[in-house]
Write a protein that binds this ligand. Structure first.
Ligand SMILES: [Zn+2]
Length: 478
């Protein structure tokens, strides 16, 4: 074995699979004693290759690299200073450790690509780094417990071209991946999709190539933590997941570690926060179906559920309490995405999504990619007759987004301003027209007050005299 300070001249050769060889050219090999013998049965050599200084993922070297990875073996030939040469063939370890330590109690998270996507070696490495840095490392409780995880990238391409996602979701990655015993396999398997999927309490997460780096953490919420989606599905899945509560289960369910918000995947169950990385209820209303607007944080209760899988503090409540006591980075339980900052590309993106037939003229506008409220705009108030028919009613004005349960167009009503005897528009008024308001809204008797500086009497609703004459008597010219 070479001492770590030794270097020898060498040549790196990849078999090309047809019995031929591709010389990768190299002239310097160092033995890395620091990495050798840690958790895998491989010796670690570092090749310093001319023109390829920037590690494996050097630009323009992808073809050679891909060939090397596909073959999985490498031949090294080295010449010692005394002229003797050695040559040997080794299996490549295609599992690249990005960070962390593999030991009995830590959890592996592996990023891997399939033959269904055209990811290069450097693409999958970059994705693995992004998932780690911008995903798990930013989001509690993974963030605080990041040292309980190690991150690998498997350079191997798995599966077949154009396989459906279902195939990848059910593969035995334990056997198939170069990175054995990972807890989670984040598998890039669909081109040009920004979504992902997994199976509850499983290992495989399937991902589109356009996903945000935080999405694997959402999917780990299912696969690792056992959390249910907190947004609405069209059908109701099985019950019994730790973050969705029936109305009878709330009181002794999550205690004061959350607030009950209706819809937790099923329309009759409750999630514990308005919005979280696991979902935002009826997302057509809360975030206008833009999953990029989901917070990239768990809520307090879900933090506890996930923590119970990493380093349990006892009951779920005690785990949630631990997240609270230690100020883990979780969402504000009742926090809502600010509607005025939601991005849009057209007015339809800004629809209220309450039954639109109740809202003629009350669709918010999309101006400079921001939804601008239609509140105050004219609209036609719709009347629903007792037999269920709908008819145009009186003039209306658009209220705020939360104006009513059926629509935003509020009938214009009138109220009397007693001090002036005027009937004015007022959505809270008790008169349906000016004409019905007027009889009950007489002009107050005119009054007068004395402008003492000029000695003249002026009209004044708050004046103390009923007539100019009675005022004049008490209002001498100076
Ligand atoms: Zn989900």
């Amino acid at each position: 074995m070479l001492p770590h300070t030794d270097t020898i001249y060498g040549k790196l050769v990849a078999n090309d699979g047809d019995g031929g060889e591709t010389i990768i050219t190299g002239d310097l090999l160092t033995y890395d004693s620091k990495n050798s013998g840690s958790d895998e049965k491989y010796d670690y050599f570092q090749w310093k290759i001319k023109g390829w200084s920037d590690s494996w993922a050097g630009e323009g070297e992808e073809d050679i690299l891909e060939k090397l990875v596909a073959d999985g073996t490498i031949t090294y030939q080295a010449t010692f200073p005394d002229g003797t040469t050695v040559s040997n063939q080794k299996l490549l370890n295609l599992c690249v450790r990005l960070a962390g330590e593999k030991n009995g109690s830590n959890f592996g998270i592996t990023t891997i690509r399939t033959k269904s996507v055209n990811f290069s070696v450097s693409d999958v490495i970059k994705k693995g780094i992004a998932i780690k840095e911008q995903g798990y490392k930013q989001i509690d409780p993974f963030k605080t417990y990041i040292n309980r995880f190690y991150f690998d990238v498997d350079l191997k391409k798995i599966g077949e071209a154009n396989w459906p996602t279902n195939n990848y979701a059910s593969l035995d990655m334990q056997k198939l991946s170069s990175c054995g015993n990972s807890r989670i396999y984040n598998i890039y398997d669909v081109m040009n999709i920004n979504n992902g999927a997994t199976i509850m309490n499983s290992k495989n997460v399937v991902l589109g190539t356009l996903i945000a780096p935080s999405l694997p953490v959402h999917e780990s919420g299912h696969a690792f933590c056992g959390l249910e989606d907190e947004y609405k599905f069209d059908y109701n899945r099985a019950s019994g997941y730790p973050n969705c509560f029936s109305s009878t289960g709330i009181s002794n369910g999550f205690g004061d570690y959350g607030s009950p918000y209706l819809i937790c995947e099923s329309s009759n169950r409750y999630r514990t926060s308005y919005c979280s990385i696991m979902g935002c209820g009826d997302e057509s209303k809360t975030i206008r179906d833009n999953i990029a607007l989901r917070p990239e944080k768990f809520n307090l209760w879900d933090c506890g559920v996930c923590l119970s899988k990493i380093d349990s503090k006892g009951t779920l409540k005690e785990n949630a309490q631990y997240c609270r006591n230690n100020s883990f980075d979780v969402v504000n339980i009742d926090g809502k995405p600010n509607a005025s900052t939601l991005e849009c590309s057209n007015n339809a993106d800004c629809e209220n999504k309450k039954d639109i037939k109740w809202d003629p003229g009350c669709i918010d506008y999309c101006v400079a990619n921001k939804c601008v409220s239609a509140a105050g705009q004219s609209c036609t108030f719709i009347v629903k007759n007792s037999n269920g028919t709908i008819a145009n009613g009186a003039d209306g004005k658009c209220g705020s987004k939360e104006a009513s349960t059926e629509g935003r167009c509020l009938q214009i009503k009138y109220s009397c301003v007693k001090s002036t005897g005027e009937c004015v528009e007022d959505v809270n008024g008790i008169f349906s027209s000016v004409n019905s308001c007027k009889p009950g809204c007489p002009k107050p008797p005119q009054k007068y007050s004395c402008d003492a500086a000029k000695g003249t009497c002026v009209q004044d609703n708050n004046g103390q005299w009923e007539s100019p004459g009675s005022c004049a008597v008490a209002c001498p010219k100076p």
